[in-house]
Write a protein that binds this ligand. Structure first.
Ligand code: ZN
Length: 274
């Protein structure tokens, strides 16, 4: 029986064949890679485009913020907290209080504020500082009578003009600005808007809207409780509902202009709440 003998040349031939097979396989693998490279590159490019963060379209993604900036309003950056700080600073709120126990604060009636009442001064010669001085000097008198003015003085909480908002009394004290002994005085914070000659009424209204929004946040007052002086009938007065603030009334009563003003307050309120 013949026996297989493993010769040197046979061994070399086997090794050579194995090497050739490996080289061919390797070449085939390399060829596959080379052929598929453009496909891989395209895939990676598509993925990188799809997954990269999309930058906001400048000026187009927040019309409300654009509006605020156009109107000298809020900063367009930052969180709700930053907006609150920015907006409150823009009110430029200062305290110039009537001394406790004097003039309009001679009698203190405690108040838990539930409303905000908006007025206009109808005084065409005095800014906020002049009104504040008049309040501190007791120059704004009103006839004291049963069912009417309770202390003989007029007083309210804030006066706003195109440059500043001044506070005259704490918001937990009742003023004398709306409806004598009615709910307007008993439960509302009074804000007077100046309208003196040469002042920028639009800036005054904007500042007032920010102040009202701030007081809403601070005291938990809803927008439906922000009312014009008109809202509070005055017993014994003719007409009982005053055309005030007159430049925000339509034909002497709340309408389109008042609703637009409420929209402005609500906008700032939303910004402050973040
Ligand atoms: Zn009024």
């Amino acid at each position: 029986m013949p026996q297989w003998k493993f010769t040197r040349s046979g061994f070399t031939a086997v090794i050579f064949s194995l090497c050739l097979a490996w080289i061919f396989r390797y070449l085939s693998f390399v060829r596959k890679i080379i052929l598929s490279t453009p496909l891989l590159v395209t895939g990676i490019a598509i993925l990188s485009v799809c997954c990269s963060p999309v930058a906001p379209i400048r000026g187009g993604n927040d019309r409300a913020i654009e509006w605020a900036n156009r109107n000298g309003g809020a900063s367009s950056s930052g969180s709700g907290g930053a907006s609150m700080g920015t907006l409150v600073r823009q009110i430029n709120l200062k305290q110039d209080m009537v001394r406790a126990g004097t003039c309009g604060r001679r009698v203190v009636r405690r108040m838990n504020p539930r409303y905000i009442t908006i007025h206009s001064t109808q005084n065409y010669s005095a800014d906020a500082w002049k009104h504040s001085l008049a309040l501190k000097r007791g120059a704004l008198r009103a006839p004291k009578r049963p069912g009417g003015n309770r202390i003989g003085y007029l007083i309210w909480h804030f006066t706003v003009d195109d440059k500043v908002a001044l506070q005259h009394m704490p918001t937990n004290e009742q003023g004398e600005h709306a409806d004598f002994n009615g709910p307007g005085n008993n439960y509302s914070i009074g804000i007077e808007m100046c309208e003196h000659r040469g002042s920028n009424l639009s800036a005054t209204m904007d500042r007032t809207a920010k102040l009202a929004a701030y007081l809403m946040v601070k005291n938990g007052i809803p927008l439906r409780n922000v009312v014009p002086h008109y809202h509070w009938p005055r017993r014994g007065a003719h007409p009982p509902n005053k055309n005030c603030p007159h430049f925000l009334m339509d034909n002497g009563r709340p309408g389109r202009k008042w609703n637009a003003f409420l929209g402005k307050i609500n906008y700032y309120y939303a910004r402050m709440r973040g």
